[in-house]
Design a protein around this ligand. Structure first.
Ligand code: KG4
Ligand code: ZN
Length: 352
């Protein structure tokens, strides 16, 4: 079974063909990703209109390359999948419409994939991880701890009450005059810095539950920058190192909370899966490895290229859905907001 997957929800245009391996797990036949970082860098963040136009420019080309790289034609596929949200509406419409058009033209089944579900299922593509497991999703737009019980069966155990972790990295980088995207820049600068020079807060540490809060930490960095007026010597490196050390403590503590909640509700967790661009951070990967040793829970950390947004995760989620007969119609509308756990979302918004 082979599926083509399209990803256009944020600032990466991506197309990939994934094939089901006989023993489970997946084989990535091609994985074409084009990042729009250069287009957005001058603005210090993703500009939705520019993103949508760049997706239109690139998507056909990437589909062609993904098929060529895989040595396949549309007729050789068993289905077409496209991310239908959550994300920037203009971009989502480009990928979703392209996916539907390819499905219609080739007469193949179409799967509208939730981008978060694709992140959640990636460890099954790479490591063949069995349900249930705990997922820590840490990206520019999302910071969540989710119990993954099966395809389409998710329970949110924790989320951020304000900024996402990647967003906090990006905002701190901006305050310190580092380029966008800030995460890798902060990590690089932190390598030469003193993580103990600035005593920054660790919001939510040791609180019950598994929720995150980042705005207090971000504000503490801002106040420190304002107090100094001009950053000199090792100030930037030390602020980055101190900020990253605080984030590492928070992630370890909140993930421990998530594992505890998982244990209470679904039985002893055996696997912790990590996803999202922030999972490329070496200090965070290291801390999660320590947590895995401490708790005896196996850690599944897909390679950085599969942690950040890509088409292979969409193709794989589509393939999992296709196997279960979960096919979508041509009337499937784009969903700028599309939480994995609808019950948690209603309670969170006070609408329940
Ligand atoms: O998953 P992703 O590629 O895109 C979405 O947000 O969906 O994640 C991008 C985020 C950005 O905020 C970026 O600054 C952050 O991941 N990031 C990092 C690192 N590499 C990327 N944050 C910390 N350390 C890194 N090495
Ligand atoms: Zn993502």
């Amino acid at each position: 079974m082979r599926v083509l997957g399209l990803e256009t929800t944020c600032d990466e245009t991506a197309a990939s063909v994934v094939e089901l391996k006989p023993g489970g797990g997946g084989l990535i036949r091609s994985n074409e990703v084009r990042s729009q970082i250069a287009e957005h860098a001058a603005f210090g963040g993703v500009v939705p209109e520019i993103a949508a136009r760049a997706h239109v420019d690139m998507i056909d080309h990437l589909v062609r390359r993904a098929l060529d790289e895989a040595g396949l034609e549309l007729a050789d596929l068993d289905g077409i999948a496209a991310a239908a949200g959550p994300g920037l509406i203009g971009g989502v419409m480009v990928g979703l419409t392209t996916g539907k058009a390819l499905a219609l033209a080739s007469g193949k089944p179409f799967m509208a994939v939730n981008h978060l579900e694709a992140h959640a299922l990636t460890a099954r593509l790479t490591d063949g991880v069995a349900f249930p497991y705990l997922m820590l999703l840490v990206s520019g737009g999302h910071t969540q701890l989710i119990a993954v019980l099966g395809v389409g069966e998710y329970r949110r155990l924790g989320t951020t009450v304000d900024d996402a972790i990647g967003e906090a990295f990006d905002k701190v980088a901006k305050m310190l005059g580092l380029p966008y995207p800030g995460g890798p820049e902060v990590e690089k600068a932190a390598q030469g810095g003193d993580p103990e020079r600035f005593a920054l807060p660790r919001p939510m540490l040791r609180r019950p539950g598994a929720d995150f809060s980042l705005s207090g930490l971000k504000t503490a960095v801002r106040l420190e920058v304002q107090r100094r007026g001009r950053l000199i010597g090792s100030d930037v490196a030390d602020l980055c190192a101190s900020f990253q050390a605080a984030i590492v403590d928070v992630i370890a503590d909140r993930t421990r909370g998530g594992l505890r909640l998982f244990g209470q509700q679904f039985g002893t967790p055996t696997c912790l899966v990590v996803a999202g661009g922030v999972a490329a951070n070496g200090a965070i990967r290291h801390a999660l490895a320590r947590l895995s040793t401490e708790t005896g829970v196996t850690l599944a950390l897909p390679p950085p290229a599969l942690c950040t947004d890509n088409g292979a995760m969409i193709a794989w989620a589509g393939l999992e859905r296709l196997q279960l007969g979960l096919i979508d119609g041509m009337d499937f509308a784009p969903r700028p907001r599309w939480p994995l756990d609808l019950s948690a979302e209603r309670v969170h918004n006070g609408k329940a």
